[in-house]
Design a binder for this molecule. Structure first.
Ligand code: GTP
Ligand code: SPV
Ligand code: MN
Length: 641
């Protein structure tokens, strides 16, 4: 394999001392001696002392052949693409402008939740007391000793013969008071290129670090594999591990090069560490899209919505409303950082700079805005390839002839295997979205009028319900459940608990997280209204009862009318639902509204039992009493209905 060198070779680090300092995380690694010298590019001298120390410690541990500090320039991006082509990691898609195809190792296709850990001195900092010493569905705890061991078992020498890239990045617009900075070191050019799309990265961040030295340390390696598969994709699936130490502002990831496992600004920083920072500093870091909606009277409101992975955030964030006169604009499609301002208004920023969106199901009919965004400057991963150098995936439209599947083999539709992996994705600059909101990079964030929770519920759960008050809304978030999707390693379509769509992303004890949410209403604050939605209810034949996508604007219209205080709701056992005729269904053929809104008592009594079991077994004494009060109310409402 060629080893294209992106950095000048004339810079040799002869500073023996730095080689003796190991990563802050691991005492044992202090013993790691540097074998040979590491070539550093001249930019290393311009790093602030803290960043430089982190880079040098990482290099001492991983022993790369070269170190390259990323400047974020176009020239650098081109060099990376050239290198990745030579290594066989990407190939051009000549049908489009600056688009690239990557095929991962078939064993490295999604987040690996079972190998994702949070470290703290006390287990209870991380998972609720009910699961002490056992496996928790609400996060995996790791002791400091095991954390150190996991690092020393994997990292020493793991970058030998490779380049270590240093990625200074900002989550949120550089300089915004709501933004935070990280530095990721990685041996994956694919990660560097993707981080350039997904975050603000390069010299401007190094500049910002000169004013404020604080940053989150992110160490990533795809691992030391002697035999990368024919795709040129390096990974080490049997030893993959994703570690977080919130008290130390540190993330360490080994063995996977894909998505949330390796783009450490996203789930690891913006949600797991972010949720810890948010609690400490009094704000919210959430798995939510942010969208602006302008009504026919020209009034614009923003809403945030938490749906689990692969449950419709990108689609709602880019929706083309079917209701005439409505306009939707996108602020973010995956993560929201929200804080009450001094006027008591909840304001949200999107800490990301791009979309890492699910490809399958994206089409002109379902998400024309995504289709208008992704065919320039995009890296597609694990989609199928057409003979004209384009891409294809299930749900895009009729399959062209001679499709090559995500594994690089001629696709045979009759064989029943998908052409694109169900978790195949596009990685696209947000700026390219034709409906990107003019406020999307606003430093103070956009004001949030409503928060939606939702999931894939084939049965029993109505299209939309409004919470009676904030506490009830927190209960709605806490009791969210959804069908498993391909975004992580879960098999089948089992209905899983996924509170706040954050189950895989909590950085601390879920009971404390609930307390934090419950503490939000305060003197002088205007609380957003909370709703629960379900676009995914099915009839007996297994067909969706609701058309979804652009038609979801009908639900948003009702939500906004409720935010205006309009009397268009009635009380129901689950909360407030649209009054008769209040949900606009004009122009929708054959809608079974009755089934769409029915809440069978048997179903809900079972659901209540299931929630009780979950609360007891997973949260126990850490559950705020308010949640038991709400569960009692739910049961009482159904007993009386
Ligand atoms: P992550 O990026 O994993 O967090 O996913 P996401 O929440 O952004 O989900 P996304 O919008 O990418 O949608 C995932 C899948 O759900 C796609 O295949 C969509 O086509 C499908 N989907 C989204 N919205 C709807 C809807 O309103 N109705 C139906 N039936 N499917 C939808
Ligand atoms: C999700 O799984 O919620 C995603 C994709 O947005 S990943 O970046 O892999 O986490
Ligand atoms: Mn997501």
């Amino acid at each position: 394999m060629m080893h294209f060198k992106i950095i000048p070779e004339n810079y040799v680090n002869k500073d023996a001392k730095c080689a003796q300092i190991a990563l802050g995380c691991s005492r044992a690694a202090h013993q790691t001696a540097l074998r040979g010298s590491i070539k550093l590019n001249p930019q290393i001298a311009t790093l602030t002392p803290k960043v430089r120390a982190f880079v040098e410690r990482s290099a001492a541990l991983c022993e790369p052949e070269h170190v390259h500090v990323c400047d974020g320039s176009d020239a650098e991006a081109s060099a990376l693409l050239q290198l990745m082509q030579q290594q066989g990691t990407v190939k051009p898609l000549p049908k489009y402008e600056n688009c690239w195809l990557t095929r991962t190792d078939p064993a490295d296709v999604a987040r690996v939740e079972s190998r994702t850990f949070i470290c703290s001195e006390r287990e209870r900092d991380v998972v609720p007391i009910a699961r002490a010493g056992q496996k928790s569905a609400l996060g995996n705890y790791i002791t400091p000793a095991d954390y150190d061991k996991a690092v020393t078992d994997r990292f020493p020498g793991c970058m030998r013969g490779r380049t270590m890239y240093v990625i200074p990045f900002s989550m949120g617009p550089v300089g915004s008071p709501l933004s935070k900075i990280g530095v990721e070191v990685t041996d994956s050019p694919y990660v560097v290129y993707s981080m350039r799309v997904m975050t603000r990265m390069g010299n401007k961040v190094l500049e910002a670090l000169r004013k404020d030295e604080n940053f989150v340390r992110c160490l990533h390696s795809v691992g030391r594999t002697s035999n990368p598969s024919t795709t040129g994709w390096h990974c080490d699936p049997p030893r993959t591990i994703i570690l977080h130490r919130p008290t130390d502002n540190e993330i360490i990831s080994y063995g996977s090069g894909y998505g949330g496992n390796s783009l450490l600004g996203k789930k690891c920083f913006a949600l797991r560490l972010g949720s810890v920072l948010a609690r400490r500093e009094g704000w919210l870091a959430e798995h939510m899209l942010i969208v602006g909606i302008t009504d026919p009277k020209g009034r614009k409101r923003y809403i945030a919505a938490a749906f689990p992975s692969a449950c419709g955030k990108t689609n709602l964030a880019m929706m083309t409303p079917s209701l005439p006169g409505y306009k939707v604009e996108c602020v973010g499609d995956d993560i929201a950082w929200m804080k009450f301002d001094k006027n008591g208004v909840l304001r949200a920023i999107n800490p990301e700079n791009g979309f890492f969106g699910v490809a399958p199901g994206t089409s002109e009919a379902t998400n024309p805005i995504a289709m208008a965004s992704v065919f320039r400057n995009t890296v597609f991963t694990n989609v199928a390839e057409t003979s004209e150098g384009g891409v294809w995936w299930e749900g895009m439209g009729a399959a062209p002839e001679n499709v090559v599947d995500w594994k690089g083999k001629p696709w045979n539709a009759a064989a029943g295997t998908p052409a694109a992996h169900p978790n195949s994705r596009f990685c696209t600059p947000a700026q390219q979205c034709p409906i990107i909101d003019e406020q999307w990079e606003s430093a103070e964030g956009v004001p949030i009028s409503a928060i939606l929770f939702g999931g894939r519920r084939p049965q029993g759960v109505p299209l939309v319900v409004e919470a009676r008050d904030w506490q009830h809304g927190v209960f709605m978030g806490a009791t969210m459940r959804s069908e498993a999707t391909a975004a992580a390693e879960h098999a089948g379509k089992v209905i899983m608990h996924d509170p706040f769509a954050m189950r895989p992303f909590f950085g601390y004890n879920f009971g404390e997280y609930l307390r934090h949410w419950l503490s939000m209403p305060q003197e002088g604050r205007t609380m957003p209204k909370i709703f629960h939605v379900n676009w995914f209810r099915k009839n007996e034949q297994g067909q969706f009862l609701w058309p979804g996508f652009g038609e979801n604007s009908r639900v948003l219209e009702w939500v906004l009318r409720r935010c205006d205080g309009e009397e268009c709701a009635r009380d129901a056992p689950l909360g407030r639902v649209p009054a008769a005729g209040a949900l606009r269904t004009d122009g929708l053929a054959s809608l079974d509204l009755e089934q769409l809104f029915s809440t069978p008592r048997d179903f809900w009594m079972q659901e209540a039992d299931c929630i009780e079991k979950y609360f007891k077994e997973e949260v126990g004494d850490d559950l705020p009493n308010e949640m038991w009060d709400e569960l009692n109310k739910l049961r009482k409402n159904f007993q009386q209905s």
